[in-house]
Design a protein around this ligand. Structure first.
Ligand code: HEC
Length: 136
């Protein structure tokens, strides 16, 4: 009886760990799909950017850090503010307004895992940031 109890709690522990890991994996897969759909045509699937047109995300301080500013950048777009490795980028990154906070969170965490310091953000902090974006 005691053994059965131990065994059952062990199995449920495994289940819980398994479930939470599969959640993380889903968020990663979702982030990758969204990145490839909304960002990769400019920044490329491997994040390397495109010549002097689109900056490499592999060298971006927005990606390699705590991701502050990324959500507003995605929502509002950005132009003429990026200089990486001596190259000043003058093209416009257009605002991508239709991405939801959860979509932005998954994209941010995907690029942080791929090319950043894996300093993940949360849906709550993305929501907070979006509430306070400078008006454009
Ligand atoms: C139409 C092309 C285009 C698309 C689509 C695009 N970007 Fe950009 N992105 C740019 C350009 C151009 C810049 C440089 C803007 C500037 O100089 O201010 C930039 C800048 C950035 C930067 C800042 C780089 C730095 O360190 O200065 C990040 C991070 C970024 N983009 C992430 C994304 C993500 C994530 C997506 C998808 C949700 C995305 N971009 C979609 C063109 C694009």
């Amino acid at each position: 009886m005691r053994f059965t109890l131990y065994f059952l709690s062990f199995v449920s522990l495994l289940l819980i760990v398994g479930l939470s890991q599969s959640c993380e994996r889903d968020a990663y897969i979702e982030g990758r799909a969204l990145y490839n759909e909304y960002c990769a045509n400019c920044h490329q699937e491997d994040g390397s950017g495109l010549a002097a047109l689109y900056p490499p995300l592999t060298k971006s301080t927005f990606v390699d850090g705590d991701l502050t500013g990324l959500a507003c950048m995605i929502k509002n777009g950005r132009q003429g503010q990026s200089t990486i490795d001596g190259i000043r980028y003058t093209q416009q990154m257009p605002p991508i307004e239709k991405l939801t906070p959860i979509a932005i969170t998954n994209i941010a965490n995907y690029i942080s895992k791929e090319w950043g310091s894996e300093h993940y953000t949360t849906l709550q902090s993305v929501r907070d940031e979006l509430d306070g974006c400078p008006n454009q």
